[in-house]
Design a protein around this ligand. Structure first.
Ligand SMILES: Nc1ccn([C@@H]2O[C@H](COP(=O)(O)O)[C@@H](O)[C@H]2O)c(=O)n1
Ligand SMILES: C[C@@]1(CO)OP(=O)(O)OP(=O)(O)OC[C@H]1O
Length: 159
């Protein structure tokens, strides 16, 4: 059995008049996130963790923000493409653990739906996917509600 581990981290700033998409799920909030794509900071961190594990650089290398093809892109579709690379390499999800770092909104009510969605995207059992949230106790850019950060760790397995 071969195991590969990867980590990912991403940040997007809040922006008015945009939907807030986290983990492929639209979350009710008074602001969304700015970005070239749909700015799904959680899926970007997860995507980078997966790309890291398979030694394939990062999301910007595969989907450059200078390419109009990806303007307004659905990050779930980008993750689907990345997951195809994982399957091509013969790996499946061992487990995934991710943290959304934000002062608002309260994430707890939305975590079960995000967990299901992420598990579906990486073809994993929901018990092998963990999504959590933390504030930074009003400290720093997340504490000032300027943006959202996310981090993720994945373990990929090949039998
Ligand atoms: N946006 C958030 C942030 C946190 N939570 C939940 O609250 C717990 C306590 O957060 P602290 O930052 O005060 O440690 C945390 O463990 C999460 O369960 C949340 O739902 N949404
Ligand atoms: C996803 C991409 C591509 O649309 O754009 P953004 O939404 O700006 O996201 P970021 O995490 O800054 O970098 C990856 C990009 O290439």
């Amino acid at each position: 059995m071969k195991i590969k581990v990867g980590q990912g981290f991403d940040v997007h700033r809040f922006s008015q008049n945009r939907p807030l998409i986290l983990g492929g799920v639209e979350i009710p909030h008074d602001r969304g996130l700015a970005g070239h794509s749909d700015a799904d900071v959680l899926l970007h961190a997860i995507s980078d963790a997966i790309l890291g594990a398979i030694g394939q650089g990062d999301i910007g290398r595969h989907f450059p923000d200078t390419d109009p093809t990806y303007e307004g892109a659905d990050s779930a579709e980008l993750l689907r493409t990345i997951w195809g690379m994982v399957e091509q390499a013969g790996y499946h999800m061992g487990n995934l653990d991710a943290t959304v770092i934000t002062q608002t909104p309260k994430m707890a009510p939305h975590i079960p739906m995000i967990r299901e969605r992420v598990a579906q995207l990486v073809k994993a059992d929901v018990t092998d996917v963990n999504i959590k949230a933390t504030t930074t106790e009003r400290l720093g850019f997340t504490g000032r509600e300027e943006g959202i950060a996310a981090m993720a760790v994945v373990c990929l397995v090949r039998e």
